[in-house]
Ligand binder design. Structure first.
Ligand code: G1P
Ligand code: ZN
Length: 544
């Protein structure tokens, strides 16, 4: 194989965000754009001679073309072996699983997660390291720095690889192995959950289920595991064929975008469990019949009940949540006598805690839940967890959550997003708030007195690394909170996220409407931040 070294000029905008580099497809298709980023990763990695890398993506538009480029560049950079999911597909958690199981050096995951796909939509790429998790900030910062000065990349004149045939091919020094995208992941799930019990309940019809794959990556995984292995009736998985444009929708499992599922679950014909996953399979939404489980509650319920499931019988070492996620998890941890860590937004911050065996379970309010079985959040895992829980407890989803609230109290919780805000206006909103933080403590607004207000700063308890500017918190003396931050995953303008939380101990008051309960906090946040005037929007674009 002939190796070519090509000259290139840097792009200055290749800074990875909350989860890798995400841009419009058209930006990625610019000359050498992808090549520059991939070579920057190889340059930071150093010697990869003989090493194993994993490759796969969520199947969105440009996935296949991008993979062929990365294969040629891997060959030119001397990678020993590439493991690639059939069809160029691997869900994010499956990629993490494959990296760990096959002791790979790391891997490229091609995805823009829950962002829409298609020629005018989004594409993304991220590098995961040896533990199977997203590269830490020190690595992504080094890649960004490299991308700003890159002048050459290496690419091999390898033939196009047939991504659809399982088997081995040679591309120069690199063995390219096309693997079954589902098998390793399905094996892992079988070890964590009681497949026999779930299967009996599904076959007997005592548990009914609808899983919405949203035309994205989890279709093949859900069909294989839920329908073929566990015996859920055919048709339990809907929108199960991955499409390059996700059927034109946002593959984001929330009540707004997973409306087909949400409508079914709110109808008289609702099955017992409704669930959806996102573009790359790491997010999950859980619903019971006419009942929505907030992601913050979901991780707390899972933590409180994990000991009932085979993979977690030994108990939990500790738990963690991202800062904006509700404190429901903290209450469970306290009752169990285990540590609960508060990390910045983004899954990469859980990696060190999992590797150091400080935690077993973790989650984010943004429909992300996971455990030490991989180093990514894991959508289908969460669904199987809930299935197993419903089968063991022989209760409905709503009963399980209401019982949980009774025991621990309820954290009313909501997030309001203002999407597509002008970037300067969005920064102005955060700056306005930042300027007020020092004088807020002690001030009273209606029923709320500010206990403290700060710009969240995280010191990693394992390696001491510091992450600044991770969101503005206003915490009240009664434990309620308002959090403001800007999204780090968007590709157009800015998204302002405002998170609200209010704790209610009294079970008599657990049946109220969330937005109504949070109204006073919502009004306060809007007046302190001037979000409506400054964004020019009269309401949030998404409320979860
Ligand atoms: C969002 C979520 C965050 C999640 C990330 C990747 O990031 O808020 O919790 O880890 O997507 O799925 P954001 O856009 O807020 O930076
Ligand atoms: Zn995702």
């Amino acid at each position: 194989m002939q190796i070519e070294t090509r000259n290139t000029t840097p792009y200055l905008d290749q800074k990875p965000g909350t989860s890798g580099l995400r841009k419009k497809v058209k930006i990625f298709m610019q000359e050498n754009y992808l090549e520059n980023f991939v070579q920057s990763v190889f340059d930071v990695l150093g010697d990869v001679q003989g090493k194993v890398l994993v490759l796969g993506g969520d199947g969105r538009y440009f996935n296949r073309e991008a993979l062929q480029i990365i294969i040629k560049m891997s060959a030119a950079n001397g990678v020993g072996r590439l493991l690639i999911g059939k069809g160029g597909l691997l869900s994010t958690p499956a990629a993490s699983c494959v990296i760990r199981k096959h002791h790979a050096h790391g891997g490229f995951i091609l995805s823009a997660s829950h962002n829409p796909g298609g020629p005018d939509e989004d594409f993304g790429i991220k590098y995961n390291v040896t533990n199977g998790g997203p590269a830490p900030e020190s690595f992504t910062n080094a890649v960004y720095a490299r991308s700003r000065e890159i002048s050459q990349y290496r690419i091999g004149a390898a033939p196009l690889i047939d991504l659809d045939s399982i088997g081995e091919f040679q591309a120069g020094p690199t063995t390219v192995q096309i693997i079954d995208a589902v098998e390793d992941y399905a094996d892992l799930m079988e070890h964590l959950f009681d497949f026999k019990l779930i299967s009996q309940a599904l076959k007997a019809g005592s548990i009914t289920l609808c899983f919405d794959a949203m035309h994205a990556i989890t279709g093949p995984y859900a069909k294989r595991i839920l329908e073929e292995q566990l015996g859920a009736p055919h048709g339990s998985v809907i929108n199960g064929i991955p499409k390059e444009d996700f059927g034109g929708g946002h593959p984001d499992p929330n009540l707004v975008y997973a409306h087909e599922l949400a409508e079914l679950m709110m109808s008289p014909n609702a099955p017992m469990l409704g669930a959806a996953s996102d573009g790359d399979g790491d997010r999950n939404m859980i619903m019971g019949a006419r009942f929505f489980v907030t992601p913050s509650d979901s991780v707390a319920v899972l933590a409180a009940n994990a000991h009932l499931l085979p993979g977690y019988r030994g108990g939990l070492r500790g738990v963690a949540r991202s800062m904006p996620t509700s404190q429901a998890l903290d209450r469970v941890a306290k009752a169990m006598g285990i540590d609960c860590y508060e990390t910045p937004t983004g899954w990469k911050f859980f990696g060190n805690l999992l590797d150091a065996k400080k935690i077993t379970l973790c989650g984010e309010e943004s429909f992300g839940t996971g455990s030490d079985h991989v180093r990514e959040k894991d959508g289908l895992w969460a669904v199987l967890f809930w299935l197993n829980l419903v089968a063991v407890k022989k209760q409905s989803v709503a009963e399980i959550v209401r019982e949980h609230w009774k025991k621990f109290g309820r954290d009313y919780y909501s997030r309001h997003d203002y999407e597509g805000v002008d970037s300067t206006a969005a920064e102005g909103i955060l700056a306005l708030l930042n300027g007020q933080l020092a004088e807020l403590p002690g001030k009273t607004f209606g029923h709320y007195t500010v206990e403290f207000a700060d710009n969240f700063r995280y010191v990693d308890p394992v390696d001491g690394s510091v992450s600044e500017n991770q969101g503005l918190r206003i915490v009240f003396t009664n434990g309620s909170r308002i959090v403001f931050r800007l999204s780090g995953t968007g590709t157009q303008g800015a998204t302002v996220r405002i998170y609200f939380e209010l704790y209610e101990r009294d079970p008599q008051k657990h049946g109220q409407d969330t937005q109504a309960v949070l109204k006073e906090l919502i009004d306060l946040a809007e007046s302190l931040s001037e979000v409506k005037q400054r964004s020019g929007m009269d309401k949030p674009t998404v409320i979860t």
